[in-house]
Design a protein around this ligand. Structure first.
Ligand SMILES: *Cc1c(COP(=O)(O)O)cnc(C)c1O
Length: 395
């Protein structure tokens, strides 16, 4: 099997498993208990918090553990919205190609009286700081723009966007779920007030994440109960997962440069190989993209069929995001960068990590070539294109 769907989830690393297993076996104490077993759990929890903070250039008290990226996104937006509402500022700026954890929270906030501006994304999959600045009004309380897109991998100028926000007294949140462990993060240098990350996107366990919030920003609870996480997120801490996350992030940050070099090379080989397929095109900017992300549209085929046939060849890939596969709507991300519906349907996302090999990349290229030409051979749309009854969108 070739695993090439690292944007959907990653294989837990040895470091993550080694950190989790003792905690699932002997060291199962509750961090709120007063006896030694509990206090050892508390120490491990706070040590993990400090290490995660250090990797982001934050302080431990600015780190809140959540059940993952979705919860962190929800809590970030609701907290900033509550602060805005108290000042009578109820306008939020975001983009059309955010993750649904952002877009659906914004829809909920609209029903509660907030106004939301969703910025267009350029065909290269990048939003500029100048466009964010133009959209800011005296009512704006929050700008939320993702660090790197989960489908097309494009990287946004977060430091510049953050600087614009701060010039106008607006809070800046970034969904850094795809970036954490893969791109450098420095919340201070990059002018970030709120940031979300999720462990299972950088070789940690599922169901655990972080909301970073600058210490001056009060959080709004989504979950009420005990006093865990300074009263801002009730529930007994998921200690094994938190320890796995801290170990995975330490590991990813320590090897960031080496992993980036390895994965970028694999990515660019894969992009070059797939670019040779006619009437197909890379989605998003070729250089300002995540080291492991390869996203293509191929005319005249359905992404779903492509995935099923690749699966038969032992290749795990994706079209659009994992959350929307299963629905027949084309990806909102591909539509946002201007792909027409019929082209967006023919999308393929391959996301690599440092464990993939050049040999696997060659095998993927060969398999995609075969499958695309097989599917085109059966496609009435492809016949129309070939026989001139329809025009190609991608030359
Ligand atoms: C995966 C992902 C999320 C959701 O994270 P979960 O931990 O799965 O809830 C949010 N945003 C982006 C960009 C993602 O890729």
């Amino acid at each position: 099997m070739i695993y090439a769907d690292n944007a959907a989830t990653t294989k837990p690393s040895r470091a993550a498993l080694d950190a989790m297993i003792p905690c699932l076996e002997g060291q199962y104490g509750n961090p709120s208990s007063l006896y030694t077993l509990g206090q050892q759990a508390r120490e491990a929890l706070e040590d993990a918090r400090a290490r995660i903070a250090k990797n982001l250039n934050a302080t431990p008290r600015e780190i809140t553990f959540t059940s993952g990226g979705s919860e962190a996104d929800n809590q970030a937006l609701r907290s900033a919205a509550a602060i805005g509402a108290r000042k009578g500022k109820k306008h939020i700026i975001s983009t059309k190609f955010e993750h649904h954890a952002i877009l659906h929270t914004l829809q909920a906030l609209e029903k509660e009286g907030f106004t939301v501006t969703l910025l267009d994304v350029h065909t290269n999959g990048i939003v500029t700081a100048a466009e964010v600045e133009t959209a800011i009004t005296p009512e704006t309380c929050l700008v939320t723009v993702m660090y790197a897109n989960n489908e097309i991998g494009t990287i946004q100028p977060v430091a510049e966007i953050g600087a614009v926000c701060h010039r106008h007294g607006v809070l800046f949140h970034t969904d850094a779920v795809q970036a954490a462990g893969h791109l450098p993060i420095d919340v201070q240098a990059q002018n970030i007030d709120l940031l979300s990350l999720s462990a299972h996107k950088f070789h940690g366990p599922k169901g655990v994440g972080v909301l970073y919030a600058k210490k001056t920003i009060p959080l709004t609870n989504l979950i009420y109960g005990g006093a865990q996480e300074r009263g801002k997120r009730a529930g007994t801490e998921n200690l094994p997962a938190v320890l796995g996350m801290a170990a995975a992030l330490d590991d990813a940050c320590a090897h960031l440069a080496a992993n980036t070099a390895t994965v970028t090379l694999l990515r660019d080989t894969l992009i070059a190989g797939l670019s040779a397929i006619p009437h197909g095109e890379l989605n998003g900017d070729a250089t300002h993209r995540l080291p492991g992300n390869v996203s293509f549209c191929f005319e005249g085929i359905e992404g779903e069929s492509l995935l099923l046939l690749l699966d038969q060849k032992g290749i795990c890939a994706s079209s659009g995001s994992a959350c929307t596969s299963g629905s027949l709507d084309p990806s909102h991300v591909l539509l946002a960068i201007g792909r027409p519906h019929e082209v967006a349907h023919g999308s393929l996302r391959l996301t690599l990590c440092e464990e993939n090999t050049p040999r696997e990349v060659e095998e993927i290229i060969e398999s995609v070539r075969q499958v695309v030409s097989y599917l085109r051979g059966m496609s009435p749309v492809w016949r129309d294109l070939q026989e001139g009854r329809k025009n190609y969108v991608i030359q």
